[in-house]
Design a protein around this ligand. Sequence first.
Ligand SMILES: NC(=O)c1ccc[n+]([C@@H]2O[C@H](COP(=O)([O-])OP(=O)(O)OC[C@H]3O[C@@H](n4cnc5c(N)ncnc54)[C@H](OP(=O)(O)O)[C@@H]3O)[C@@H](O)[C@H]2O)c1
Length: 261
Amino acid sequence: MPLDFRLDERVALVTGGTRGLGFEIARAFAAAGAGVIVASRHQEACERAAAKLRAAGADALGIQCHVGHWGEVERLAEAAEGWRGGVDVLVNNAGMSPLYERVSDISEELWDKVISVNLKGPFRLSALLGEAMRRRGRGSIVNVSSMGAVRPTADIVPYAAAKAGLNAMTAALAGAFGPEVRVNCIMPGPFLTDISSHWDQQRFADLARTFPLRRGGRPEEVAGAALYLASDASSFTTGAVIPVDGGGQWSQAGTGEPHGS
Ligand SMILES: NC(=O)c1ccc[n+]([C@@H]2O[C@H](COP(=O)([O-])OP(=O)(O)OC[C@H]3O[C@@H](n4cnc5c(N)ncnc54)[C@H](OP(=O)(O)O)[C@@H]3O)[C@@H](O)[C@H]2O)c1
């Protein structure tokens, strides 16, 4: 049987799908034939991303959702299930890691936000959509964690904990939703997205020279792993956590995003 990387007649929902890795994943899924829903905190950004996908010939929809809020996640799941017969592929990609000076500066609010966006939201969305996929007899969930989950550093304590939780949840939900639904995870290393603009560029350039591939990733270079995991090409892969990191000894610095957003 030939390998099947196509997603024709499937609907994919990509959180954080308006830019960076999420948009490249959405674009690859659309090119593979999927109808694609992109979600992020900003309705205009969602509409712009969906319009770009439609301009390339895809069927696409944008839905505003802050994935750190349980109620918004429930509304997203309901709206996504109401579009073109329901979701076949979910990518829990939205994530963030605010900067802080010292570990003792991490407030309860910051801790809760990082855990909510990176772990709680993906859990609730997976719980709702995983059950729906299971009822329909097929589906694939792809989580996006970070190499920081397995190489945690002092500057990403809550983020590393949340992403390690996402890795653990991947295996647990593979058990909960199998055999109909597969659940896998990509662990990106350093990708040159908006996130990387907050890094110390000289430090990163020096470090990147030590990686086997000698550079940071281009955002589109995450799409192959995502398409593999979303499609039937990975039909015997579930509960897996796959590094896509250029082989480098690296974890992630904070995004510098304001804590209140
Ligand atoms: N880039 C890297 O080097 C790297 C490394 C390891 C892991 N990762 C992980 O890969 C994923 C994507 O990273 P990226 O570099 O592509 O990030 P990015 O360029 O900053 O894009 C983040 C995306 O998520 C959305 N988003 C942010 N907070 C959200 C929230 N609370 N609810 C819904 N959407 C939200 C953003 O849109 P809005 O602003 O409109 O909400 C945007 O679409 C994240 O989970 C990140 O932790 C990235």
